[in-house]
Write a protein that binds this ligand. Structure first.
Ligand SMILES: C[S@@+](CC[C@H](N)C(=O)[O-])C[C@H]1O[C@@H](n2cnc3c(N)ncnc32)[C@H](O)[C@@H]1O
Length: 246
């Protein structure tokens, strides 16, 4: 029988999850940027700035941004260093289209490649990228180990992977506030601002059923990444992982 995986707080067949996740992002794509600012009170911009700092981006980097969504990371990195090469990968065409148009609107048209594919099965050139990034996308993947292996193979020796993701805080008081906010407030904001309660309920549930930072670190190591470490932001609500390929 086919394996089941978490889809929010329900279990679904592994073969069905990609389509279910994709339907969610098709549904939220038009309001995605507005909702990001509203839900995080604008804080996601600071978190992405911190992710950029940790990336130590070089002018010559060949970057693979997975789960690129509407292109926040690509836009930030290109705005900081326009000479990089960047590949924007996402499973969802609507998100990828918004990303492409945002990059064009900001004058970025050269050295950019778009790939529409799940991270798990994307046909990526081996030993090619000096930096791979995933911001708030890893949680949605269907097969995390398979995606990590695919990313690892595509990174050059000496390259690094950075993953930023929501995590459930350990401190009981902060955890309580965080869970009330994500489970109660966010779906209601989704209803008011995007007329979409269910997609934002999925978002809260997908955080609650996601791995701990220690588990993700373990997965990095099992894949072969070395010098893996993580940093937590805002009382453990967000974690940034880094690992290197040797
Ligand atoms: C929450 S958005 C993050 C977008 C962007 N990185 C950001 O930080 O704003 C998650 C993105 O992951 C994409 N995604 C979900 N599952 C995926 C998979 N298996 N492979 C590639 N992309 C995936 C979704 O289509 C969506 O665009």
């Amino acid at each position: 029988m086919s394996e089941k995986v978490n889809f929010g707080s329900t279990k679904v067949l592994k073969t069905k999850k990609i389509k279910l996740v994709s339907d969610i992002f098709s549904s939220v794509s038009n309001k995605y940027d507005l909702m990001n600012d509203a839900m995080s009170l604008g804080l996601h911009r600071l978190w992405k700035e911190r992710m950029y700092d940790i990336s130590k981006l070089k002018n010559t980097d060949n970057v693979l941004d997975l789960a690129t969504g509407t292109g926040d990371i690509a836009l930030k990195y290109l705005s900081k260093k326009a000479s990089i090469n960047i590949t924007c990968l996402d499973e969802n065409q609507e998100m990828l289209d918004i990303c492409k148009n945002r990059l064009i609107d900001n004058g970025f048209v050269k050295n950019i490649t778009f790939i529409k594919s799940p991270a798990e099965t994307a046909k990526l050139i081996k030993n090619n990228y000096s930096l791979a990034t995933v911001a708030f996308g890893f949680r949605n993947f269907t097969d995390h180990s398979k995606a990590l292996k695919n990313i690892y193979d595509s990174i050059l020796p000496g390259g690094r992977l950075i993953i930023m993701e929501f995590t459930t805080p350990k401190n009981l008081l902060i955890k309580n506030i965080f869970e009330k906010y994500t489970h109660f407030m966010i779906p209601r904001m989704g209803k008011i601002l995007a007329d979409d309660y269910d997609s934002y309920r999925y978002l809260a549930e997908s955080i609650a059923t996601y791995y701990s930072p220690e588990e993700v670190t373990e997965m990095f190591s099992e894949t072969g990444f070395i010098n893996t470490r993580y940093e937590t932001l805002v009382g453990n609500m967000v974690t940034i992982h880094i690992g290197f390929k040797c």
